[in-house]
Design a protein around this ligand. Structure first.
Ligand code: MUC
Ligand code: MG
Length: 373
């Protein structure tokens, strides 16, 4: 049988406004820029993927313009004319020839997996053994920059049955101010509403020790990435010192990071993201390490649009130890979408699309509207 070849790869950047400014420790987002990848093969099947980061170049090493350039200049020549159906071979080829660039690799792997599952006539999660659940719980991040607005946003979200767990972005202000903000929200929402705080690496170990004690006393349920991502030992000390669980986010990018953190007992929870890990297959590998080490999982987001969010949902739906649910709310932070049928969010959850492949299709009129010229 002649092989099914990759014939063309198209990339473009889409800029979508956010519904309100989103305040993180390193940036304030007013729009989201996504690199969309269309991968065409000789059997006529098209796969789509997304490579997205946060705040231009402020969150990660990769950035939208660079991701597009890397895919066009370096990824595409390696992939053209290769067998579109052998995804393990193609990802190994990319890893051998291209250092890092995991966000771009994730976008390409998503497009290959979308195409191949369409070819086989199955939903994408079937390539990983099938979904354990058709719905995934989704929290919401309160990050308007204003305590009262955050409380209002959370209360509306609970009464609309959209979200009942909230993550607060802290670390850009003085720790005392952040603690006051968090305690006010926890107090207003009540003990039954779970609260996570994401410090996005902003604290030193000394500051973290004092602040986490107070956050624990205020009833916070989970502390995300308080220290710089390289400080695995510090994270291990905090994990053994505090009762409140510590979650690694930026620290646990690759499969190798997961192994090192597990060996050090450096976190109780891993926040997994397809972008950091370089794709969906690496999420399955990180999850296996976590399962072996007794570490719980959380389905993270790089605030992707619908394509990246759905790709994440497919792989997260296959994980056995997704104890902390997900934060796959990216599309809800955006004012509009570029797919024909948006994801359904209801009953505090996201529904995994039922069609073949990712189960979502680009709306080319919407793409034209938001595509960067
Ligand atoms: C992060 O660091 O977790 C996820 C949700 C959100 O609001 O920001 C991101 C990034
Ligand atoms: Mg985080």
């Amino acid at each position: 049988m002649s092989k099914i070849k990759i014939t063309r790869i198209e990339t473009f950047i889409v800029d979508l406004p956010t519904i309100r400014p989103h305040h993180l420790s390193m940036a304030v987002m007013r729009n989201q820029s996504m690199v969309i990848i269309r991968l065409f093969s000789s059997d006529g099947i098209e796969g789509i993927g997304e490579a997205t980061t946060i705040g231009g170049i402020s969150y990660a090493d990769e950035f939208p313009e660079g991701i597009k350039l890397a895919v066009d200049t370096y990824f595409t020549p390696l992939l053209l004319n290769q067998d579109s159906t052998n995804i393990n071979f193609l990802m190994k080829l990319l890893d051998k020839n291209i250092s890092g660039n995991n966000f771009a690799k994730s976008g390409i792997e998503t497009a290959l997996l979308d195409a191949h599952s369409k070819r086989l006539g199955v939903p994408l999660h079937n390539l990983f053994g099938g979904a354990i659940s058709e719905n995934l719980p989704v929290l919401w991040t309160l990050a308007s920059g204003d305590t009262d607005k955050d409380i209002e946003e959370a209360k509306k979200s609970i009464s609309d049955k959209k979200h009942q767990v909230f993550k607060l972005k802290i670390g850009s202000k003085k720790p005392e101010e952040d603690i006051k903000h968090v305690a006010a929200i926890k107090n207003a929402l009540g003990a039954d509403i779970k609260i996570t705080v994401d410090v996005n690496q902003a604290w030193s170990e000394q500051v973290a020790k004092r602040a986490i004690q107070k956050l624990q006393d205020a009833g916070v349920d989970l502390i995300e990435q308080p220290l710089a991502k390289h400080n695995f030992e510090g994270l291990a000390r905090l994990t053994s010192y505090f009762e409140v669980p510590i979650m690694a986010d930026e620290a646990v990018a690759t499969v190798q990071d997961a192994f090192k953190l597990a060996k050090l007992n450096a976190a109780s929870v891993f926040a997994l993201k397809i972008s950091k890990s370089g794709g969906l297959t690496n999420i399955a590998r990180q999850a296996a390490i976590a399962q072996g080490a007794g570490i719980s999982l959380y389905g993270g987001t790089m605030l992707e649009g619908t394509i990246g969010t759905v790709a994440s949902a497919h792989i997260f739906s296959t994980l056995t130890n997704l104890d902390w649910g997900t934060e796959l709310f990216g599309p809800l932070l955006l004012t509009d979408d570029i797919v024909k049928k948006p994801i359904t969010y209801q009953n505090f959850s996201l529904e995994i699309p039922k069609g073949i492949g990712l189960g979502v299709e680009l709306d080319m009129n919407q793409v034209e509207k938001y595509k960067r010229k």
